[in-house]
Design a protein around this ligand. Sequence first.
Ligand SMILES: [Zn+2]
Length: 213
Amino acid sequence: MSDQLTRRGILAFGAAAGLSATALAGSAHAQTTPKPTFLPLPLESKPRPVPPEGYILDRVGDAMYVVTAGGNQTPFVVTRIGVVLIDAPPSLANFLPAAIRRVTNKRVTHIIYSHSHADHIAGAAAFGNVFRIAHEETAQTMRIARDPNRPMPTTTFRDRYHLNVGGERFELSYPGNNHGRQCARNPYRARPTGQAAHRDVRRRAHPPARHPA
Ligand SMILES: [Zn+2]
């Protein structure tokens, strides 16, 4: 090709050489399509540095703390008589006892199961024979799973359950089917400061996902 070839000349050459119109159009398209631009991520969405102990411990109320590690987190509440865990994820099994010891020498006396999924509660057996509360359908699913790492609840509820432990009050409610039929519990601590713990609650805009047993 001559250095003096015009764009029209190039197109004519392409046609003569048997190049597809699509390929040529695609090339022209790539040259003219503006690059997409994105808004910057908000600062709070960026990962936080993990301290040497391997987990992050946050205090989120008078008596509630949250342990975070490896993309998972779970709250616990220190009462006058013991510690109430909301779920016991196996991924935090090595960190929860150490995190609790940093703020109290009381032992775990209660575990609230938000739902039956193993990634949330298969660390429960490590806490021994504590009082465990779950929705009745959570218990039903666990009965079928027969997982020794997920000990059965001590008691179950259907619509609402109020748990009073050492001066702290927890309100558990079941608003209906959500993250799988058996798991839509929202353990909700009503007093004194009203923190809410929503676990795996799905909203309309969430993409579809498979539910593990
Ligand atoms: Zn789940």
